[in-house]
Ligand binder design. Structure first.
Ligand code: NAD
Ligand code: ZN
Length: 265
């Protein structure tokens, strides 16, 4: 990427503070805030982002081999083991400072909606109970063929191959959205409604390259919202945003809450 990409200067605290002051004011004045999170929001909890996760044993696999119908058909055992490994990571993880401070921000405006691409439950565990999960939930399971639902206690997580459905014999899989699959209708419908009516959208820790979630910030801006992107790296979302705050969410969100509290005093 070339052009007018902001270069990160850790000493540029003046600019950072100005951004936090403006965002803090907007948080206090907004009537309807939406937050859209991606894998980066869980990174500081020890759940690697998808790109970071492609290391070690998994580095030889394309994400599509681990997260697509074709990949599951070609190698169901590999896909099962990959998701069980990620499920173990999620279960061992705790919400980080970013999750916790976001839960505090969620109580400020009259209306707040959290949309996440994450399949973990770290937002819920930090106190935000109503979360729109666009890409499903890694701790829920269903039959790949007949969609019969299964609880975690009913599946063998240390198995080499996915367990079989008791109804139709098909392979059981995590209830997550794979490449090429439809998003859960209710979650995406509610997300789009929230995006169209919000006055402030805060995007946290998403690369902005996986659609249709990547369209949401653009739709919010078109509908008149102020769009802020929080990410250590400049990317497509930052390019379209009204404000790009460069940094990890585990630092930026606590700083933002401090600024808001000072303004409230
Ligand atoms: P991503 O891995 O594509 O991007 C993560 C983003 O987080 C990056 O922009 C990175 O700069 C940022 N980040 C890293 N550390 C951060 C921190 N501490 N604070 C804030 N940001 C930080 O993740 P995504 O955008 O959520 O991906 C979108 C979707 O793609 C996923 O939800 C998933 O459904 C799908 N996907 C799945 C797989 C898979 O299951 N194998 C693989 C690839 C993508
Ligand atoms: Zn079945």
């Amino acid at each position: 990427m070339a052009g007018d990409i902001p270069t990160f200067n850790p000493d540029d605290s003046h600019r950072y503070n100005r951004q936090l002051t403006e965002l803090g004011q907007r948080v206090l004045e907004a009537t309807d805030i939406v937050c859209l999170t991606g894998a980066g929001a869980s990174a500081e909890s020890g759940v690697p982002t998808f790109r970071d996760a492609q290391t070690g044993l998994w580095s030889q696999y394309d994400p599509e081999e681990l997260a697509s119908q074709a990949g599951f058909a070609a190698n169901p055992g590999l896909v099962w083991q990959w998701y069980m490994m990620r499920l173990n990571m999620v279960e061992e993880a705790d919400p980080n400072a970013g999750h916790i401070k976001l839960a505090m921000i969620s109580t400020i405006p009259p209306q707040f909606t959290l949309i996440t691409q994450n399949v973990d439950d770290l937002h819920e565990r930090s106190g935000i109970h109503s979360v729109l999960h666009l890409h499903g939930n890694i701790a829920r399971f269903r039959c790949n063929d007949c969609r019969a639902e299964y609880q975690l206690i009913m599946v063998d997580r240390s198995a080499d191959e996915p367990p079989s459905c008791r109804v139709c014999g098909g392979p059981i899989r995590p209830d997550v959205v794979w490449f090429g699959e439809m998003l859960p209708r209710e979650a995406i419908t509610l997300a789009e409604q929230a995006i169209r009516r919000c006055d402030l959208l805060i995007v946290i820790g998403t690369s902005g390259i996986v659609y249709p979630a990547a369209m949401l910030p653009i739709e919010a801006k078109r509908a008149g919202a102020f769009v802020v992107d929080i990410n250590p790296q400049y990317g497509p979302t930052a390019e379209d945003a009204d404000m790009f705050i460069q940094g990890p969410s585990g630092s930026v969100l606590p700083d933002l809450v401090d600024v808001v509290h000072t303004m409230q005093e």
